[in-house]
Design a protein around this ligand. Structure first.
Ligand code: CA
Length: 316
């Protein structure tokens, strides 16, 4: 039996050029945020470092790149929470977008002096970094939002630049917050607003905004254990129309955390699972990035994503 297991491992290793899910197996990679820059896709992830009996243990973010969605290259850790002088750690989810040749990385971590999670922003001149704190202080702290009294409602930032150049930030756990960003991308421009619960039914966390044609899509994690739901709108400011689930729960993980991008003519659904089997065993605190295709119906609704072990074919 052992020989057979080893033979299977060798056989699978020799086919490593083919896609599989999880898509990255050199270490654990949570909360993937994909960014397409020309012919390259970057995946900014949290590094799950929990031992099998630990909860969330994440001291740094990691970066990977790929030219085909299948072969991923580790670019190390370009930033960690304690690179912010105001942060005490916890590399929770983030999102990187480009504006004017600069790359802005909105992140979640713990604040040293203001109780709760906080959102910071780092900036770099290239997607690979080096990144540095863009402000010297947190962009959003727990005391700035009070729609819920939990200390972790200010997490999971997702930025979006509209066709008119206006940048927006979405975030939140239990409540879906959003606000305008100033043209400098590192300050809020106006009040923090809350999307009404009825427009994002069952909202838990992890917002992600994308646009296709004239329609805005706001996808998010719903329930717990989480599935992925979405709403659509004809304006980035809403109102949003709840459209249902686009993905069921992720295998062996109570969170899923999606990111959606187009690359070389196809649409990809990034998420994480607890399905790493070798060289380590995954779980809810030992998550791994996975990628599958996302397809639309003719009316603009999203077909339920099929989560596969095989993953996607090389993009060309
Ligand atoms: Ca708050």
């Amino acid at each position: 039996m052992l020989k057979r297991t080893l033979a299977l491992l060798v056989a699978s290793a020799s086919f490593s050029a083919l896609a599989t899910n999880p898509a990255i197996t050199d270490t654990f990679t949570a909360d993937p945020a994909p960014l397409v820059v020309g012919d390259t896709v970057y995946a900014y992830v949290g590094h799950d470092q929990a031992k099998p009996d630990e909860g969330y243990t994440m001291h740094e973010w990691l970066l990977y790149s790929s030219k085909d969605m299948v072969n991923w290259t580790s670019l190390g850790s370009p930033f960690k929470p304690t690179d912010f002088s105001w942060s005490s750690g916890s590399a929770w989810a983030g999102h990187v977008i480009e504006k004017g040749g600069k790359y802005y990385w909105y992140t979640t971590s713990d604040h040293k002096s203001i109780h709760g999670k906080a959102i910071g922003v780092a900036v770099a001149d290239a997607p690979e970094g080096p990144f540095k704190d863009a402000r010297g202080s947190a962009l959003i702290t727990n005391d700035m939002t009070k729609a819920t009294d939990i200390s972790w409602d200010d997490i999971d930032p997702a930025a979006y630049i509209d066709d008119d150049g206006q940048a927006w930030l979405f975030w939140g756990n239990q409540k879906a917050y959003f606000a305008k960003l100033k043209p400098n991308m590192i300050e809020l421009d106006g009040p923090i607003q809350v999307i009404p619960d009825a427009q994002v039914k069952g909202y838990t966390e992890a917002p992600w905004v994308h646009k296709r044609g004239d329609l805005y899509y706001l996808s998010y994690a719903t329930g717990f254990p989480e599935k992925t739901a979405y709403a659509t709108a004809t304006s980035i400011e809403g109102p949003w129309t709840f459209r249902g689930l686009l993905a069921e729960g992720a295998a062996n993980s109570n969170t899923i955390h999606q990111g959606i991008v187009d690359f070389k003519g196809k649409t990809y659904f990034f998420y994480h699972t607890g399905m790493m089997q070798y060289p380590e065993i995954g779980g809810s605190f030992r998550r791994s990035m996975a990628i599958d295709y996302l397809y639309y119906n003719a009316d603009g609704s999203i077909k339920k994503v099929e989560q596969t072990s095989e993953g996607v074919a090389p993009a060309r």
